[in-house]
Design a protein around this ligand. Structure first.
Ligand code: CAA
Ligand code: FAD
Length: 379
């Protein structure tokens, strides 16, 4: 076994950390307060090659691996979880299915634009009545000559409104349950495709979450992703890897909260000594550090398995479950370490606590992760 990151992975971590600290962190609190997405940050990520980390150079990527991708999401989320999920949804949810299921023409057109960062991506599966229960979706795609006509709406879409390319799932056969779902590539600006409500959220407030509306939206057949009826499989296998992106986000949030807590506990004095000198505080820091290390090992292992071409679905569900629950516990404790100051916006830990909660909810709630893992260990 080799737990050492490669020189390339270490260099990427340093590059992303510098970028995160210098270009992302300074405006993180302000963007959170104003619920403002900053396309300029995404454009800078593109300049650094981050928007195409795992994809081959022939498709505009930098030919790196999934561990590097996780490190990038982790480092961004360490200072701003909204920026972390922008990249995670872009790579794991929009680009991955194109790379895996796209035709050569679709890769050359759509994947290349995503990888270079010319275009931003999004993934649209959830609906008002179909969150955990994906098969309950109502959006339809009816064949009509050389096109499909989409009708329905999608909710909670990360990068919604600001993204240029959307991977959208719809029912091509209402009676065939999961075998009646198909995937489509839909570009912003297509007639009949508009945006609805933008959610006002507890956390990740500078990541836009928006409703998508399809009204007789005509999509050419060449924009179907995979074969007709293959959409559920495409959606599920996409989430297999995507969940590890969210584990990386949770890991980064937790690390940011620990770093802030350690610094504060060493500086803040009560009863004539730093609060870190109390065992009650140092035990909290020890538990936080231990859970972060366990999250990191699970997350990097799942990414390594994917890079090696080995099965990674269970590992990814486990990393998301563990790192998400850990990030929630850790950020609550970070606020406690800061006392009353932690409850104010003068310090970042209240933002970390609000941001951590989403990692237990999206890309399958942690109850759904337990269901996925439970089915795998008992089958
Ligand atoms: N890979 C390949 N095939 C899979 C699969 C996978 N991961 N999971 C299921 N399948 C196959 C099954 O083998 C089965 O095939 P057969 O019929 O041939 O046996 C078929 O698909 C149906 O599977 P299930 O019976 O397990 O389906 P289900 O209806 O019980 O649903 C579920 C399973 C795991 C609960 C699924 O619905 C699910 O993942 N729900 C959560 C949805 C989710 O995660 N949404 C995230 C939206 S994206 C997001 O949130 C973005 C963001 O964070 C930024
Ligand atoms: P429900 O499915 O209604 O679940 C409600 C509660 O019941 C949860 O606690 C759940 O765990 C529990 N529950 C449900 N079924 C079971 C069961 N069988 N056993 C035990 N417990 C169960 N979706 C996208 O497609 N694309 C995106 O980009 C995207 N981004 C998102 C961003 C944000 C900020 C949010 C909040 C959501 C996003 N989602 C996105 C949707 C997200 O994936 C769903 O919210 C999530 O899958 C849960 O669905 P739901 O909200 O309908 O909850």
């Amino acid at each position: 076994m080799d737990f050492q990151l490669t020189d390339e992975q270490e260099m990427l971590r340093k590059m992303v950390r510098d970028f995160a600290v210098n270009d992302v962190e300074p405006t993180a609190a302000e963007r959170d307060e104003e619920e403002r997405f900053d396309r300029g940050i995404f454009d800078k990520m593109a300049e650094l090659g981050l928007t195409g980390i795992p994809w081959p150079e022939e498709y505009g990527g930098i030919g790196s691996d999934y561990v590097s991708y996780c490190i990038a999401v982790e480092e961004l989320s360490r200072v701003c979880a909204s920026t972390g999920v922008t990249l995670s949804a872009h790579i794991s949810l929009a680009s991955w299915p194109l790379y895996t299921y796209g035709t050569e023409a679709q890769k050359k057109n759509f994947l290349s634009r995503l990888a270079t960062g010319e275009a931003l991506g999004a993934y649209a599966l959830s609906e008002p009545g179909a969150g955990s229960d994906v098969v309950a979706m109502k959006t339809t795609a009816k064949e009509d000559g050389d096109d499909y006509i989409l009708n329905g709406s999608k909710v909670w879409i990360t990068n919604g409104g600001v993204a240029d390319i959307y991977i959208v799932f719809a029912k091509t056969d209402a009676d065939a349950k999961h075998k009646g779902i198909s995937g489509f590539i839909v570009e912003k600006g297509t007639e009949g495709f508009t945006f609805g409500k933008k959610e006002k959220k507890l956390g990740i407030r500078s990541s836009p979450t928006t409703e998508l509306i399809f009204e007789n939206c005509r999509i050419p057949k060449e924009n179907m992703l995979g074969a007709e009826g293959e959409g559920f499989k495409i959606a599920m296998t996409t989430l297999d890897g995507g969940r590890n992106g969210i584990a990386s986000q949770a890991l980064g949030i937790a690390q940011g909260a620990l770093d802030a807590s350690v610094n504060y506990a060493k500086e803040r004095e009560q009863f004539g000594k730093p609060i870190a000198n109390n065992q009650g505080i140092s035990f909290k820091l020890a538990d936080m550090a231990t859970e972060i290390e366990a999250s990191r090992l699970l997350t990097y292992q799942a990414a390594w398995l994917e890079s090696q071409g080995k099965p990674y679905g269970k590992a990814s569900a486990m990393s998301k479950l563990f790192a998400g629950d850990a990030a929630m516990r850790i950020t609550v404790e970070a606020v406690q370490v800061f006392g009353g100051y932690g409850y104010t916006k003068d310090y970042p830990v209240e933002r970390y606590m609000r941001d951590a909660k989403i990692t237990q909810i999206y890309e399958g709630t942690n109850e759904i992760q337990r269901m996925v893992i439970g089915r795998m260990v008992t089958k």
